[in-house]
Design a binder for this molecule. Structure first.
Ligand SMILES: [Zn+2]
Length: 300
């Protein structure tokens, strides 16, 4: 439980605990979900709702932080079965939910033939169900009121939601990946990492003065300021490693492997080996280098 009527479901992605979380907002007026996750986890989502005395038919609104498959893949499948559901999403993401072909092409580049096993089906969301956001709005969803902020950096189409009543900010991937209070890892996959934008986005989240950050990977972070500070420091550090690696000898594969080794070393100083290895389920290390390298090469 995060606050009254506010909890989260562990989607047990790939059979692993604490990789992907869906936030559930339950009020008399209905249920809202933040980031329903991939279709491969629909069984766990439905079971989690059942435990709360709810069904997918009770869901009124889906709030997406962004459209990456680990956050939003199941949306089309859910909306087909429950055509009354409204889907809130960044205006840049909306067209790719209505027609996911480019989204899938870009994901296939990263995941190849593991696509189906990881994510399951990704069906289009009818355009009529989509509510496009640009940040700055105040929306009513699931009988609650949320402030919306544009929070690019991890993705150019990322928004965050703030529930002023509970003080919880739903920040998707903008506040990083943090499992069991461990290392705050900035998820930096391709294609649109933007370090400058990310820093501005962190400032926007801080301006809400939230009491809790809710991360998709994984769950609530109660010490907001130190958490965001660690995120910015670690983003600076990993981005620096990626930049340095581009001046080094060797292939991209070797650069990426050295980056991953360096990251594991830094993470191990803070936590156990087993805890370190729970991170790549949510944020594969080789992708972190790819996204940062792309950012630096675009700038050069
Ligand atoms: Zn993402």
């Amino acid at each position: 439980m995060l606050a009254p009527g506010l909890s989260w479901i562990d989607l047990l992605f790939q059979g692993r605990p604490r990789a992907i979380a869906t936030a559930v907002l339950q009020q008399a007026g209905g249920v809202a979900l933040v980031d329903p996750g991939p279709a491969s986890c629909l069984g766990a989502l439905t079971a989690g709702l059942e435990q709360r005395g709810a069904r997918l038919a009770d869901v009124r609104d889906i709030l997406l932080t962004h459209i990456h498959l680990d956050h939003a893949g199941a949306t089309g499948t859910i909306v087909r079965a429950q055509p009354h559901i409204r889907v809130f999403v960044h205006q840049r993401g909306a067209p790719h939910l209505a027609d996911p072909s480019n989204l899938l092409k870009s994901a296939r580049r990263l995941y190849g033939d593991r696509m189906d096993r990881l994510w399951g089906a990704c069906e289009p969301v009818p355009a009529a169900n989509l509510v496009a956001l640009e940040g700055g709005e105040r929306i009513d969803a699931g009988s609650r009121r949320f402030d919306v902020a544009d929070t690019p950096g991890h993705a150019s189409h990322h928004v965050s939601y703030f529930d002023g009543d509970s003080g919880v900010a739903f920040v998707g991937d903008t506040a990083g990946v943090c499992i069991d209070g461990g290392y705050v890892l900035p998820p930096t996959p391709p294609p649109d990492i933007d370090l400058e934008a990310w820093r501005v986005s962190v400032g926007r989240i801080e301006q809400w003065s939230p009491s809790t950050l809710f991360m998709t990977h994984f769950g609530p972070a109660p010490s907001v300021r130190p958490h965001l500070q660690s995120l910015l420091e670690n983003l600076e550090m990993t981005a620096g490693w990626a930049r340095e690696s581009l001046t080094e000898e060797g292939s991209d594969e070797e650069r990426s492997a050295r980056f991953a080794a360096r990251l594991r070393g830094a993470m191990r100083q803070q936590m156990s080996e087993a805890q370190v290895e729970s991170y790549p389920v949510a944020a594969p290390f080789e992708q972190l280098w790819l996204g940062l390298a792309r950012y630096w090469r675009k700038r050069a």
